[in-house]
Design a protein around this ligand. Structure first.
Ligand code: NI
Ligand code: MN
Length: 225
């Protein structure tokens, strides 16, 4: 199984069986992404919330590949209202898909679509496939229930924002790693715009001083999980 990071909160998981899952595909309008919407393929598109920097190019990609959106109920209904396929879920619920299991968690943030429709509650998501658990927190502030999430599911890879202003900054993100206690933490949602500039190596240094592992991915880098 492979994990590719496009920058911001956009990732792609490719399973050994060849399933392609995009998360928060903000590509064409994203100044830091090395690829654009036309360069990616998706069987499924998981959205943590409706903000434009997460819904991103989802519709353009889904139109091309007939992809299925996976997201909370209100956002799934919004996708369906635009003519797309969606699997409605909600926070606390999990479902087994052909590629693995998806479970939504809470996130403390907002969720309006770019055309000002309510996008439901913002969420984080745990994707379990091929024996690995990947927790993408979505956009969120720090919350203590991250400890519970880490206790209930042994997290291999924690993908979490460090850019501050809209989400956790470096100090809170390092605390989040302590609470979740993943095998590896991967920073995201930074350096896309001036207001979320942050040094991922500062996050790495602080988090590793607490005894945890951090892997900073280059924008466009793909790793084997
Ligand atoms: Ni957001
Ligand atoms: Mn965001």
């Amino acid at each position: 199984m492979k994990l590719r990071y496009f920058s911001h909160s956009a990732f792609q998981i490719t399973t050994s069986a060849g399933h392609k899952i995009l998360i928060d595909p903000f590509l064409s309008g994203n100044p830091t992404s090395p690829v654009k919407a036309k360069d990616v393929v998706a069987d499924y598109i998981i959205l943590t919330h409706a903000h434009g920097d997460h819904l991103g190019d989802g519709f353009e990609i889904a139109k091309r590949y007939n992809s299925t959106f996976i997201c909370v109920n209100e956002l799934a209904e919004y996708c369906k209202s635009k003519g797309f396929k969606a699997h409605n879920m909600h926070i606390g619920g999990g479902h087994n898909f052909e590629f693995g299991r998806v479970k939504f968690t809470i996130a403390h943030h907002g969720s309006m679509t770019p055309d000002n429709h309510y996008g439901g509650e913002p969420a984080g998501v745990i994707i379990s496939a091929e024996g690995k658990n990947i927790y993408h927190t979505g956009d969120t502030g720090l919350f203590y229930d991250m400890k519970l999430i880490g206790e209930m599911t042994s997290i291999d890879y924690l993908l979490l924002p460090i850019g501050d202003n809209f989400t956790m900054g470096i100090t809170d993100a390092a605390k989040a790693v302590e609470l979740v206690a993943p095998k590896v933490a991967i920073p995201m949602h930074y350096n896309t715009f001036p207001v979320i500039e942050a040094d991922p190596n500062e996050f790495k240094k602080l988090t590793e001083s607490k005894g945890f592992n951090v892997r900073v991915l280059n924008f466009g880098e793909e790793i084997e999980l």
